[in-house]
Write a protein that binds this ligand. Structure first.
Ligand code: PYC
Length: 413
């Protein structure tokens, strides 16, 4: 046992440093209340405090910190989207991620791996070529590559995919990375708390007070709070929160499942995605293969995981990597994905003054964490949408100026 550990074990006066403080009670009023202590809500709180000096902020969560989609995603970061709006937005996120460990002073295990989206037919190749061109136009290192390039980067892959659906090419995206998701949430929480933000776990919001079209307060299981600004960052619970504010939801909730294998010796450097086969995988620093498949086929507000998911996933995965037969699945879980009709997020102001929305992340919310925090903090502080999120407002569904991001999904829908 290390001497340091012994010293702390026998020292009665040693106070374990806390990652964040929770006061015993809520204040009567806050300048901003953020619903949801996931990565997005905590990042917004951090940037509100550090970039705009707005520190009288409460972050509330009905569960525990990072216990929603932040702790349930598969940790992939990328910016190889299809629409110029999506590409610009996620490119900013990748750049923020790259320096985030230093900024938050925490090891995020940010690991740049390169990202291959496989094509098994000509029509997928056409869409991937389109994405590559949009990406290049915005200065992002994405390009179309052939099967040989895939094989060079990942010698274990069976290019014939069991003779069923041979790989005919791929979109290669050099910045593709993985990063420890829970560390991102904890890093933001610690820095936000050090800047004066108060974080309350196990504190559910039960109502939002709206008077004459303006937010005036929030009711919680710990009491009532007065506030003129509320930010909802609650993937999976967005329809419920919107209802409390008297707003119609453009979001359906579908479960997205994932799993990890037992640890293996490192063999997989890049992230591999096949939208057509409905699978994606990467290898974590612990050696586990982190894997997922398509979203569940029906709307469901639940995080149960199923045998059907792992069996279908294993079936497709073995076409790509036959040598994995016999490798054990260690854990499986599910998150609840907020799906919008155009598969792009909904961010910004709403028809209720002072009620701001960060939602509709579908299957790619985690990778937006820093940029979403940054742009939503701007939007809340200035009461005007940040230029990077102007196109993502809720009003686009009425104006039919939708964004059409579905073919940039790593996950089948
Ligand atoms: O969009 O990269 C992605 C992704 C991977 C797993 C779920 N979404």
């Amino acid at each position: 046992m290390s001497l340091r550990l012994l010293k702390y074990a026998f020292n009665r006066d040693y106070a374990e440093p806390r990652w964040f403080n929770t006061p015993a009670t809520l204040k009567h009023s806050y300048d901003v209340v953020i619903i949801g202590a996931g990565g997005h809500g905590l990042a917004a709180a951090y940037y509100l405090a550090t970039q705009y000096g707005i520190r009288n902020v409460a972050v509330l969560d009905k569960g525990y910190l990072g216990g929603g989609n932040t702790g349930r995603n598969t940790t992939i970061v990328r910016s190889n989207y299809l629409t110029p709006e999506g590409v610009r937005f996620y490119d900013r996120s990748v750049r923020l991620f790259e320096s985030l460990a230093g900024e938050l002073d925490i090891n995020l295990f940010y690991s740049k791996r390169g990202h291959f989206t496989l094509a098994h037919n000509e029509s997928t190749l056409r869409t991937l070529r389109w994405r590559a061109e949009v990406n290049k136009h915005h200065g992002i290192d994405s390009r179309l590559v052939g099967p040989d390039d895939v094989k060079r980067a990942c010698p274990q892959i069976d290019l014939s995919c069991g003779g069923q659906h041979a790989i005919v090419g791929a979109l290669y995206h050099a910045p593709g990375a993985i990063v420890r998701h829970d560390a991102v949430a904890w890093g933001y929480a610690r820095r936000a708390s050090q800047s004066g933000v108060e974080i309350f776990q196990h504190t559910a919001v039960t109502g939002i007070d709206v008077t004459a079209g303006r937010v005036t307060g929030v009711n919680t299981t710990r009491g009532k709070i007065k506030t003129a600004k509320v930010l909802s960052a609650v993937a999976g619970s967005t329809p419920a929160t919107l209802k409390m504010a008297g707003l119609k939801s453009p979001v359906d909730i579908v479960p997205l499942q994932a799993c990890v294998t037992e640890p293996m010796k490192p063999w997989l450097e890049p992230i591999i995605v096949s939208g057509s086969l409905h699978v994606y995988l990467s290898q974590s620093a612990r050696g586990e293969l982190v894997m997922g498949a398509a979203v569940d086929p029906a709307e469901l507000h639940a995080t149960r995981s199923s045998l059907e998911f792992v069996t279908a996933l294993a079936d497709q995965m073995l076409d790509l990597f036959p040598f994995l037969a016999g490798v054990k699945i260690n854990r499986q879980w599910a998150g609840m994905a907020d799906m919008t009709p155009d598969y792009a997020p909904v961010m910004g102001k709403t028809a209720v003054d002072g009620f701001y929305l960060d939602a509709g992340w579908g299957t790619w919310g985690f990778k937006a964490t820093p940029v979403c925090g940054e742009t939503m903090a701007f939007t809340v502080a200035h009461d005007t949408p940040h230029r990077l999120i102007e196109a993502f407002g809720m009003e686009r569904f009425e104006r039919l100026t939708v964004l059409g991001e579905k073919s940039a999904a790593a996950v089948g829908h």
